[in-house]
Design a protein around this ligand. Structure first.
Ligand SMILES: Cc1ncc(COP(=O)(O)O)c(C=O)c1O
Length: 458
């Protein structure tokens, strides 16, 4: 049930770690690839062994709510790809974010988070976690003064996405990490859209990295999962009074002090697994852990192709008469292009958005016009997901971000005319033809048709 530090992975290349890290072939019964350990629980050799495992005196697996051997391989692999020291995998990205915030904030802790977040994360922060006494302050992720001003003595973490869903604003990770550290709190980055192939937030100062493994890591739209990685950089012992969950005796484990017993880079994973996942139960099934491992083996190949195809599509859309604006930081003139060049040298993620052109007075309302485009697509699928091998569209204002107020949508850069795309691995020519065919319904009634920003996006 205890966690363990990830064995050194830095010697091998990214792709080698993707395929091999965390699994030693030849262990009985000599499976060549990781096996699915489909068992709810594990037998103990003796009562003494069981007691040691339950008391966290020795590492090992007790019960599949906390861990399974398949899950351990996944955790070690994702930690290696992110350059971290330990990880915990859970049932979904939402659970990974929730467990991370609960473990860091505890009761009464305050969170400062970017406005530019996945809608489900905003729901979690401003609704459910607020109910539990963990308040949030949202700030514009590009406004350094706003981050600083929002921090209070109760703040326990800053939270943002490396590349925000759906507008693809690129975060200045180093800037926000420095602000967090000056205030003595960690920076948590959701790297779901970024992926460790394109950006490793830990290299730029992030202390914890969360993923919806459902997306690019699993990669085929089959399985939910989430992971949180500890980068081994944040010292909870530096201000022990602020972090009692790590520095005070833990009664359920015989007054063991997590920070003394496990220390930097591991104590966080033990707390998440042994308290929050254990008590609240968002466990990853061994089958889903295995599916995500399968997906990770081709992460770099898929992401490189998806990223290149997405840039082709973005350039094409930027020239389209029915498109007003393309939110893709690989395009010249996009406000986040300089940050993309700095943080994403291998390519910009394949999740981005575009706004259809504004309509003339008689052309119908924006949502109707968006619906005509989306309903006309044949290759892109209308699905509430991203990072799939299939290309997907969504309308954030009425789907993933529909719980947000008009002000929140504006702050996140989303309008009723915004369509999100997640580019898959199909032939780019088929994707471009599909968008062209669907957008043609607007070109026939282009009154007032936009390109208000097209000059910026050559
Ligand atoms: C950036 C981001 N973080 C977290 C999540 C939540 O992940 P899951 O759907 O696996 O719970 C999502 C889901 O869309 C997401 O896009």
């Amino acid at each position: 049930m205890t966690s363990r530090l990830v064995p050194e992975a830095t010697a091998a290349g990214f792709a080698t770690n993707q395929v091999q890290h965390g699994f030693t072939p030849g262990a009985a019964p000599r499976t060549a690839v990781p096996a699915i350990h489909q068992t709810a629980a594990y037998e103990f050799a003796s009562l003494a062994e069981a007691a040691d495992l339950f008391a966290l005196r020795t590492p090992g697996i007790i019960y599949s709510r906390n861990a399974s051997p398949t899950q351990t391989i996944l955790e070690e692999r994702v930690a290696a790809l992110e350059g971290g020291t330990s990880a915990v995998a859970v049932a979904s990205g939402q659970a990974a974010v929730a467990m991370t915030i609960l473990a860091l904030a505890g009761r009464g802790g305050h969170v400062v988070a970017a406005h530019q977040l996945y809608g489900g994360t905003i729901d979690l922060l401003q609704d459910t976690l607020d109910d539990f006494g963990i308040p949030v302050t949202f700030v514009d992720q590009d406004d350094a003064d706003a981050w600083r001003a929002a921090i209070t003595p109760q703040t326990r973490m800053l939270f943002a996405e490396s590349v925000a869903n759906p507008i693809a604003q690129v975060l200045d990770i180093r800037l926000v990490a420095d602000i967090a550290h000056a205030a003595g709190v960690p920076l948590v980055i959701d790297n779901t859209v970024g992926t460790p192939y394109l950006v490793r937030p830990g290299e730029h100062g992030a202390d914890f990295v969360v993923h919806s493994a459902t997306k690019f890591l699993a990669g085929h739209g089959t399985s939910l999962g989430g992971v949180v990685v500890d980068q081994g950089s944040f010292d909870f012992g530096a201000e022990p009074e602020r972090w009692p969950q790590f520095t005070r005796p833990f009664p359920r484990f015989g007054d063991l002090v997590l920070w003394e017993r496990f220390g930097i880079g591991l104590a966080f994973a033990v707390l998440v697994r042994s308290k929050y996942v254990h008590d609240l139960g968002p466990s990853l099934s061994p089958f889903n852990a295995w599916q995500i491992l399968q997906g990770i083996e081709t992460l770099d190949l898929r992401v490189a192709r998806q990223s290149a195809s997405a840039l082709d599509l973005a350039r094409h859309l930027a020239q389209h008469p029915a498109v007003a604006r393309v939110h893709h930081p690989g395009l010249a003139g996009n406000p986040w292009q300089p940050l993309a060049e700095r943080y994403l040298p291998r390519g910009v993620p394949s999740v981005f958005s575009f706004d259809i052109a504004e309509a003339g007075a008689d052309a119908g309302d924006d949502v109707d016009r968006v619906a005509r485009v989306i309903d006309g697509l044949q290759v892109f699928r209308l699905v509430a997901n991203i990072g799939d091998a299939r290309s997907i569209v969504a309308h954030p204002a009425s789907m993933t971000h529909s719980h947000m107020s008009a002000d929140q949508l504006r702050a996140a850069g989303i309008s009723q005319r915004t369509i999100r795309v997640s580019v898959g691995i199909e032939d780019p020519a088929d994707l471009i033809a599909d968008l062209d065919d669907a957008l043609a319904v607007l070109v026939s009634t282009p009154a007032g048709a936009g390109h208000e920003d097209i000059g910026h996006y050559a």
